[in-house]
Design a protein around this ligand. Structure first.
Ligand code: FAD
Length: 323
């Protein structure tokens, strides 16, 4: 028996969410007195691969190749499933990212495994039962699911488990995966990146604004605050529907779900559909001129005030602090 963690990379480097998932998978391996094996697909250099040992991976399987540089759900799922079978892994752990959420159900089918996506805590293993706490109803509630099948797939929400350094360097092995032509039905022709922008789904800090900003011409201060904090920018649905901001920034039930350490909501009312996408945030700061705005009910810190007065003051304070 072993535990397999899929360590996804972004342009050849691992993000913090991967170190969290490796630490989490290592804790599951320890619960079961077994080893942790990692698998990386794409172009990560030798030092990067070996660094996964710091968080508990004993061995890293490296799969590279021109066709595998970019994430292709079918092909990646086939490779991870093949590695899981070869390693005799009962538990496969992923990060609950855009790609992790796509891979989890495919792996569930390929491995005949029970799937818990949106996991937020280590599994409880008592009396032969394997239970995982996960988010439910777009993050509005938690559920504890029991995985009764022999194989299990768990996708861990970023920022829900701490990075634990256990020391060590992993042994890196090339893994020759037997992909088929039918695994490459999707072809990525071009990837267009928003220049110098922090990626919203992975951001640790998000500065988000809503209709209270009145119009697209007022987003300069939102971008300035985000730049100063190293944050991604986001918005409510009506804002992207109106074309004030791109749809890629729309957060909520029908948009992107984020789980940053800090979510700053400016001029957003806090409708339930918006909250569905942000409820896994660690700390929520709300700036709204209406003291009755529903967002204040879920805020850790609230500022009742006009965004056009509060945000410039916040920018000035951050600048002063950084100087
Ligand atoms: P408003 O509701 O207009 O709120 C603006 C807020 O700004 C108010 O609270 C106001 O007090 C405050 N404000 C105004 N001026 C200022 C100022 N100068 N300074 C500070 N504060 C100010 N919404 C999403 O965001 N994401 C979704 O995924 C989503 N999915 C949906 C799915 C469905 C099926 C439906 C029906 C709706 C969905 N919505 C979604 C829409 C959602 O219900 C709300 O209508 C929307 O979130 C409101 O956006 P808002 O808060 O920006 O605007």
């Amino acid at each position: 028996m072993s535990v397999l963690i899929y360590a996804e990379n972004a342009g050849g480097t691992f993000k913090k969410s991967v170190f969290e998932a490796v630490s989490y998978a290592k804790a599951i391996a320890d619960q079961n007195n077994t080893d942790l094996v990692a698998i990386s697909i794409g172009d990560v250099d030798a030092a990067g691969l070996a660094s996964l040992g710091k968080y508990g991976a004993k061995k890293v399987l490296n799969v590279s190749g021109d066709k595998l540089k970019n994430f292709i759900n079918q092909a990646y799922a086939s490779i991870i499933a093949e590695a899981a079978k070869k390693e005799g892994a009962d538990v496969v752990v992923l990060s609950n990212t855009f790609s992790g959420r796509g891979l989890a159900p495919r792996l569930g089918v390929k491995l005949e495994a029970g799937v818990a996506d949106g996991a937020v805590a280590l599994p409880e293993q008592n009396d032969g039962k394997f239970r995982v706490k996960k988010t439910a109803f777009s993050g509005k509630a938690f559920a504890v699911v029991e995985l009764t099948s022999a194989n299990k797939v768990i996708a861990l929400i970023p920022n829900s488990y701490k990075v634990v350094e256990t020391g060590g360097i992993a042994q890196v092995e090339d893994f020759a995966a037997a992909t088929k032509q039918s695994d490459f039905k999707a072809i990525i022709k071009e990837i267009v990146r928003a220049a110098d922008k922090v990626s919203l789904p992975d951001a640790e800090i998000v500065v988000s604004a809503g209709r209270g900003l009145k119009g697209p011409e007022n987003w300069g201060m939102i971008e300035e605050l985000a730049n100063l904090l190293g944050a991604a920018t986001a918005c409510s649905k009506p804002v992207s529907d109106a074309g004030w901001r791109p749809h890629s920034e729309h957060v909520g039930q029908t948009g992107i779900a984020v789980s940053p350490n800090l979510y700053i909501a400016i001029g957003i009312s806090g409708a339930i559909q918006h909250l569905a996408g942000i409820s896994s945030s660690k700390v929520i700061v709300v700036i709204n001129k209406d003291p009755e705005a529903p967002f204040f009910k879920v805020a850790d810190y609230g500022i009742v005030g006009d965004a056009f007065e509060v945000v410039p003051q916040l920018i000035a304070t951050v600048k002063e602090y950084k100087a």
